[in-house]
Structure formats: C-alpha cells, structure tokens
Write a protein that binds this ligand. Sequence first.
Ligand SMILES: Cc1cc2nc3c(=O)[nH]c(=O)nc-3n(C[C@H](O)[C@H](O)[C@H](O)COP(=O)(O)OP(=O)(O)OC[C@H]3O[C@@H](n4cnc5c(N)ncnc54)[C@H](O)[C@@H]3O)c2cc1C
Length: 515
Amino acid sequence: MDNRSQPLRVVIVGGGTAGWMSAAAIRRQLRTEDYSVTLIESDEIGTVGVGEATLPHIKIFNDMLGLDEAQFMRATRATFKLGIQFCDWDRPGDCYIHPFGAFGEPWGGVEFQHHFFRALRAGCQRFSIQDYSYGVVAARNNAFGFPDEDRKSIGSTYSYAYHFDAGLYAAYLRSWAIERGVRRIEGRVCDVSRNPTTGDLVDLTLKSGERVTGDLFIDCSGFRSLLLGNIMGVEWQDWTHWLPCDRALAVPCKRLGALTPYTRAAARRAGWTWRIPLQHRTGNGYVFSSQFINDGDAQDALLAALEGTAQGQPRLLRFSPGRRERAWCGNCVAIGLASGFLEPLESTSIYLIQAAVIDLVNLMPRPGSGIDPRLVAEFNRLNEMQYERIRDFLVLHYIANRRVGEPLWDYVRSMPLPESLDHKLQLFRSRAALPNYQYGLFARDSWLAVLVGQGIVPDGYDRLADVFTVATLDERLVNFRNRIQTNVDAMSSHGAFIAEYCRASEAAASEEAAA
Ligand SMILES: Cc1cc2nc3c(=O)[nH]c(=O)nc-3n(C[C@H](O)[C@H](O)[C@H](O)COP(=O)(O)OP(=O)(O)OC[C@H]3O[C@@H](n4cnc5c(N)ncnc54)[C@H](O)[C@@H]3O)c2cc1C
C-alpha cells in the first residue's frame, strides 16, 4: 500500500522527562501533516521523580521550543546553576568547582592550561586554577548575572543551567505539547504485538483494552525498558566494574541559608551525596554502592548530612550503570532511562535525552519510506559515543582519589580503566593535552577542572607556552584573575537575582511564612 500521504504514526510510551521532551521536540521540529504523535503514560506506575540538575544545553532545548525563561523558571521553581562543587573527592577537606565555562583564555594561540602549568613549574603561580574561571568565582560568591553577549568580554566566558523540579518540568512540557496536538493517553501498556516476519512492533494493548497502532515506537518507559529491553530483547551493557554505585536514596529538605548557584556533590564513605537548591526546597540524595554500605547505614548518613528538616522519608532507587547495546532496534528507539543510565554525578541524563531526541529528529524516517538501516546505525553510533565519553568523564572523578583506607575508594583507585580514558590520562600527564570533542560531552575546560581538582599534575606542557617571559606571564595571570574578581564583585547575589527575575509565588509565600 502506498501510504506516502499518511503521516508517520509516532507512539511514545512514557510520560517522564524523556517522553515529554521527545513529544515536544517532534511536535516543534516536524510537520504535523507528516508525523502524528501519541504519548501513553501511566499514573498507576508514575515517573522516577528525580532529575533536578541540568547542563547548559537545556537552555538551547527550551529556546528551541520558544519557552519564556522566567515563566518556565517560576513554573518549575528553578534556580540558576553555574557548575558543580565537588567536596572531599580528592581527600577530605578539599573542594573544587567544575564550572560551565572557560579557565583563562588562550595566549599566543596556546591553550591556557599550558601557561598555567608553566607558571606552576616556574614557581610564579600565585593562585589556584579555580581563580581563573569566571563561573567558579561567581559561584563561590553566590553571585549571578546573565553572561555578556559580547564574545570579547570576560563576562561571556561562562554559561549557566538550571536546577528545577523534574516533575514540574515534565508537566510543563506536557501542557506545551498537548496544546500543539500531541495526543495523550492515560493507561498501562499490558501487551505488545510484533510483526512475525520483521519483528517490528505493530501495536500496544492497554489495560483498558484499547489498542494503539504505530509506525515508530519511542520507548521512554524508564528503567523498565518495556519495549527495547523486554520486547525487542536488546542486551544490557553493564558498567558496574567502572562505576560501582548502584543505588540512591533521595529526600528533599527545607531550604536554609543563601541560595547557592551550584550543585554540591560531596564524596562519602561508599559513594557521594548531592545537594540541589530549588526555590522552595533543597533536593538531596546519597548515591552509593551496595557492595560497600547497606541501605540503612546509607539512609542514616544521608539524613545526618541534611541542612534542614527532611520533607518525608528517603526514597530508595535501584539502578545499574550502563546502557543498552543499541538504542534503536527495528522500529523501536529508546530514549531516557529506557536506553541507559549513568549516575547523576555530572547531571548528564537529561542532556542525554536531549541529544537523543535531537539526533532522532534529524534522522527521523520519512512517512511512507520505511526505516533506513543506515540512519539507525548512525543514531546508534552517536548514542554509543555519547555514553562512552560521559562514562570516561565520570570514572575520572573516582580514580585519582587519596581517600586511602576506605574500601570503595581503594577499589576505584586501583581498578583497570576503560582504554579510552587511559589514553586521555596519558596525554594529559605527558603534555597537559586535553580532549577536544566536536560532538558530545565534555569540553576541554571540564576535563581541566576535574583533572586538576583531583590533584593530577602533568609532567610537561606545550613548549609554545615558553613564548612569554616568566615576568610577562605572571603579570598576565594576575591581571586576568583581578579582572574576574572585579566583575564578579559587581554582580547581584543569586538570591536577589531570582527574587527579581523569576520568584515562584509558592517560594515567596513559604519564605514569608518562615520569616
Ligand atoms: C537517583 C537519580 C538522580 C538523578 N538525578 C538527575 C539529575 O540531577 N539530572 C539529570 O539530568 N538526570 C538525573 N537523573 C535521571 C533522570 O531522573 C531521568 O533521566 C529523567 O527523569 C527521565 O526519566 P524517564 O523519562 O526516562 O523515565 P521515568 O521518569 O521513569 O518515566 C517513565 C514513564 O514510563 C511510564 N511507563 C512505564 N511503564 C509503563 C507501562 N507499562 N505503560 C504505560 N506507561 C508506562 C511511566 O508511567 C512514566 O510516565 C537521576 C536519576 C536517578 C535515578
């Protein structure tokens, strides 16, 4: 049958962040007459309900949808995020920030880190590398302002993301997508039928008996991986040997003190705890390895670390780090937790959803033309690259620790590394060379932040950095650091900025009640 004039029927299973981001992007980017979108979600099952910290890319996604930033921030009780503060990762007492933005600037065509390490060797390095990042200094000062659009200005050298309430974000996108024609069905998928010849998915049967037929199925069913894992049988690639954390306890608490424009990730005996400031509460969690601590002790440690009264009982989530061997198989594409999960240390899951959605939109089959295996292969190649690059970066946080005598930390310090990470480490140790990807995460400055933060010092640097005299280098470094400090001193506090720009009425009410 020639159905070229028929729209391609896209069926999404799952109404968490992944489902609604997928639905919204398809509706925004592709013509309604070419693609119909149906999303099935189950109130009975619910969503994972965590995922509060993001990366700057989310702003590109929101802008693509045309969301009003202040309105979106009010609706999701959001705050700004300039980076992540890592406490006690190298050894107890040490802290560093991984900012969204640059360290220094290239001089004489040579990347900044070479000048920094040269100065360190010459004994004229007066500051930590952290002092050369606008994002770090602003975060440390609890300051916020929008980056300068003038690329020559030092105020353009950082960017920002958000902390938000994940449930409210999914609800926000849901309204946006439904208003633009996405059909939402509430119901539980109980049965799936496949074409006996091709193995492709044909239709889904809901608990109510309703059948939903599609041409392309997007599996956003969360950890269940209902379609890709359970029905298509795509194997799981397990990375527990590199990332041993496999559980998390999450609990919000009352917000106290200044509104910090950064996430905190503090290393603990058997993992790490997060602290995410929202307007109306603080999100907290303990990500841990069940090999090294039991659930009860982890819960005690989490509750002891809270800055305010817990709002409810901690919720336990079990997961395996890793990914499905292929995210796209036949006419089924998995996005979000259904395709893989890496611990939320660098807030990468929502980014991975966004990247997959954008790749899918770019490679989307045309109505009536079937699914081109070359496009499927390309999607899977990109997805694998994303996951492996992020995995290497996460592993990096663990391996160079000096927390001797703590079993988890002793294990990760001595475990065999992924080859791809080992290669990057060798290059850095030899010449301070940093990965420079054209696609995916993480950027050079991110690697620099964590490598130096974890106390890894290279043996050498690019000799082109010797172009300046040591005195000139010293002067440049001091000037650069002072320029940042002067600019940051003139910024608003993060709390004042939020209050003026996007304070949610609920947050205002609870602050007034507390006063
Ligand atoms: C501890 C933890 C902390 C995290 N922190 C962050 C973070 O800070 N930043 C970040 O980017 N990410 C974070 N994440 C990841 C983030 O939560 C997820 O990537 C994001 O919420 C997307 O989830 P999802 O939509 O894939 O799945 P879910 O939210 O689980 O949604 C699954 C959907 O599928 C539906 N469903 C399932 N089965 C059926 C069925 N049979 N029939 C009908 N519907 C069905 C459910 O009802 C639900 O609507 C974290 C994850 C964990 C576990």
